[in-house]
Design a protein around this ligand. Structure first.
Ligand code: COA
Length: 430
C-alpha cells in the first residue's frame, strides 16, 4: 500500500521532511518546519488568488470542472433543477439533507412569514438617489439589517442563527424588489404570502393596480430554476468573502453585505450583462465570423463573453439547463431577437479549433441574460437576481465555517518585498 505522504528535500540544507497527505492535500503549515536556521520563520506557500489552495473543508457543493459536474450535497444540479424547487434546494443546501414533508412545510412557513421588512427599511431605501444602482442599494440595505436585528450578534446560538437564516432567505427578494421599484419610481409592493417564493418576488416587482397579482406559471418556474442554478458554487469570490468576513465573528448581515459587494464586481456577477452587450454589438448572424476572427486575433484582449470558466473546462452544466429554460420563457414572452445570434455564435465557436483546444464552452452567463431581459429585468438587476439565489449558499458556507473547529479568523500571510528598515527623514530634508 503506498504511503499517504510527501517527501520533500530542502536543497538549501539537504534535510528531508515527510509531510502527511490527507484528502489529496498537504497542510501548508507543515511546511513551517522547513527552515535554514532556528531563527528562520519557515517555508510558506505563495498562492495569489488561491489558485491551488483549499481554504476549508466543505460538504456543501461539489464541482468537477473537467467533467462538467455540479452537485449540491451530492445531488446533481440537473435533477434538482428538473424535480425540485428553490425553497427545497435552499433547505438542502443549508441543512444538508432533503426535507421531509413536515420539515419542508415548516421551512416554507418560516420563510414566507419573514418576508416583510421593517418600515424603516423602506425609509432607509427611500434615501437612495433616484438613479442608484440596485446592487449598491441591495448591498447597503443588507448591511443595514444588522442594525435592525441586533440579536444576530449571537452567532454561536443555534436558535439565533436559524432565525437569521430564515430572515435572510426571506428578505432578500423583498429588498431586491424594493431596489427595483425605487429605480423605477414605483411604490413598493408588499409581499403576498399566498404566492410561491419566485411568484411573490414577481409580485413585488411587477404588481401595479390589480388587487391580486397572478404570476405566469412558466415565468415563475423559470425564475425558480434560475435561483436553484445560482444557489451555491463552492468557494467562489463571494462565498470566500462571506467566510472570510464571517470568520471575524461579525453578524451574518454584515458578512452577507461583504459577499454581496464581491458579487457586484464585473468579474463575478456582471458577465451576463457583458454577453448582452456583445450580442448587441455583433448585431446579426452574418457578422459572427468576423467577430470570432477578431476574438482569435485579439490574443486574449477581446473575449467571447459567456465562454470559458476558471473551473469548468467542459460545458457548464448550468448553461445546458438555462438553454432549455430559455425556450419555455420565450414561448410566453416572445423570442429575444438576440437568441438567434447566441445560438449561432455557440455553434460556430464549438466547431472552432481555437475554442476547442482551450476547452472554452458556454458558461452560466451565456444564456441567463437573455432570459432575464425577456422577463423585463433591466441589466442592473442581473447581479441582484444572482444574489437572491446565492443567499442560500452564502448562509450555508457561513454556518459551516462557524461550526468548523479548525477555522480561525481568516488572515493570510504575505511575502514582504518592501524596504527592510530606514530612518524617518524630516520633510525639510526630503
Ligand atoms: N474568449 C476567448 N478566449 C478566451 C476566453 C473567451 N471567453 N476565455 C479564455 N480565453 C483564452 C485565453 O485568452 C487564454 O488563451 P491563451 O492560452 O492563448 O493565452 C486561454 O483561453 C485560457 O484562458 P485563461 O484566461 O487562462 O482562463 P481563466 O481561467 O483565467 O479565465 C474566465 C476564466 C471566465 C475569466 C475567462 O474564460 C473569461 O474571461 N471569460 C469571459 C467572461 C465570462 O464569461 N465570465 C463569466 C464566468 S462565469
Amino acid at each position: 500500500m503506498p504511503k499517504e505522504s510527501l517527501t520533500v528535500t530542502d536543497n538549501r540544507t539537504g534535510k528531508q521532511y515527510e509531510l502527511p497527505i490527507e484528502n489529496g492535500t498537504i497542510r501548508t503549515t507543515d511546511l513551517r518546519q522547513i527552515k535554514v536556521s532556528p531563527e528562520d520563520f519557515g517555508l510558506m506557500g505563495y498562492d495569489p488568488a488561491f489558485m491551488n489552495t483549499a481554504s476549508c473543508k466543505s460538504k456543501v457543493t461539489f464541482i468537477d470542472g473537467d467533467k462538467g459536474i455540479l452537485r449540491y450535497r451530492g445531488y446533481p444540479i440537473e435533477q434538482l433543477a428538473e424535480q425540485s424547487n428553490f425553497l427545497e434546494v435552499a433547505y438542502l443546501i443549508v441543512q444538508g439533507e432533503l426535507p421531509s414533508k413536515e420539515q419542508l412545510e415548516d421551512w416554507k412557513y418560516q420563510i414566507t412569514h419573514h418576508t416583510i421588512v421593517h418600515e424603516n427599511i423602506k425609509k432607509f431605501m427611500d434615501g437612495f438617489h433616484y438613479d442608484a444602482h440596485p446592487m449598491g442599494m441591495f448591498t447597503s440595505t443588507m448591511a443595514a439589517l444588522s442594525t435592525f436585528y441586533t440579536d444576530a450578534k449571537n452567532i454561536f446560538d443555534k436558535e439565533s442563527r436559524q432565525i437569521q437564516i430564515y430572515r435572510l432567505i426571506a428578505k432578500v427578494p423583498t429588498i431586491a424588489a424594493f431596489a427595483y421599484r425605487h429605480t423605477m419610481g414605483l411604490p413598493y409592493a408588499y409581499p403576498d404570502n399566498d404566492l410561491s417564493y419566485a411568484g411573490n418576488f414577481l409580485n413585488m416587482l411587477f404588481k401595479m393596480t390589480e388587487p391580486k397579482y397572478v404570476p405566469d406559471p412558466a415565468l415563475e418556474r423559470a425564475l425558480d430554476v434560475l435561483f436553484i442554478l445560482h444557489a451555491d458554487h463552492e468557494q467562489n469570490c463571494s462565498a470566500n468573502a462571506m467566510r472570510s468576513v464571517g470568520s471575524s465573528q461579525v453578524d451574518p448581515y454584515s458578512a452577507l453585505a461583504a459577499a454581496s459587494a464581491a458579487l457586484y464586481g464585473p468579474l463575478h456577477g456582471g458577465a451576463n450583462e457583458a454577453v448582452l452587450r456583445m450580442l448587441r454589438e455583433i448585431g446579426s448572424k452574418d457578422k459572427i465570423p468576423a467577430f470570432i476572427k477578431e476574438v482569435k486575433e485579439g490574443k486574449g484582449e477581446k473575449k467571447l463573453m459567456g465562454f470559458g470558466h476558471r473551473v469548468y473546462k467542459n460545458y457548464d452544466p448550468r448553461a445546458k439547463i438555462i438553454k432549455k429554460l430559455a425556450d419555455d420563457v420565450f414561448e410566453v414572452t416572445g423570442k429575444n431577437p438576440l437568441l438567434d445570434i447566441a445560438l449561432e455564435l455557440e455553434r460556430i465557436a464549438l466547431e472552432d479549433d481555437y475554442f476547442v483546444k482551450r476547452k472554452l464552452y458556454p458558461n452560466v452567463d451565456f444564456y441567463s441574460g437573455l432570459i432575464y431581459q425577456a422577463l423585463r429585468f433591466p441589466v442592473e438587476m442581473f447581479p441582484v437576481l444572482f444574489a437572491i439565489g446565492r443567499t442560500a449558499g452564502w448562509v450555508a458556507q457561513w454556518e459551516e465555517m462557524l461550526l468548523d473547529t479548525e477555522q480561525k479568523i481568516a488572515r493570510p500571510r504575505q511575502v514582504y518585498l518592501g524596504y527592510a528598515s530606514r530612518d524617518y527623514v524630516p520633510i525639510v530634508r526630503r
